[in-house]
Design a protein. Structure first.
Length: 132
């Protein structure tokens, strides 16, 4: 139990070291952290790396807006989404996009655990739930 708690705390500190001065995870900082870990080879190295990976996935998800749309979005639309969610969350948000024809029209945006659904499919699902 104590070991797991220490590994978790250390992994969280490593994630913080992986961020730049603006609080954004950068490849350069991650490379520095991994090089330091490789050189130091702390006890329970594999468990620490697994924990670090888990917390890094969370940190990256919190700074990424995963945008699903039925067709490709323009660069202007992606920049507008990035600007909007950066303002909402008070931190830099980068938008990534993928197509999902099942949405019919509109968009679905996921930032971390938050889901914003402005799609026709989402509206139809909510309407069906209200009727039942």
């Amino acid at each position: 139990m104590k070991r797991d708690k220490k590994i978790t705390q250390f992994a969280k500190k490593l994630v913080e070291l992986s961020k730049d001065s603006e609080g954004v995870v950068t490849r350069g900082k991650v490379d520095e952290v991994l090089a330091g870990l490789k050189q130091a080879q702390p006890r329970h190295y594999l468990l620490l790396l697994k924990s670090y990976l888990e917390y890094m996935r969370r940190a990256i998800a919190l700074q990424t807006a995963a945008v699903a749309a039925p067709a490709a979005l323009s660069e202007d639309a992606l920049h507008a989404i990035e600007a909007h969610f950066s303002q909402v969350y008070g931190r830099a948000i980068t938008a990534t996009t993928h197509t999902d024809a099942s949405l019919i029209a509109g968009v679905r945006v996921r930032v971390g655990d938050d889901l914003y659904d402005a799609s026709i499919a989402g509206r139809l699902n909510r309407l069906a739930e209200q009727v039942n």
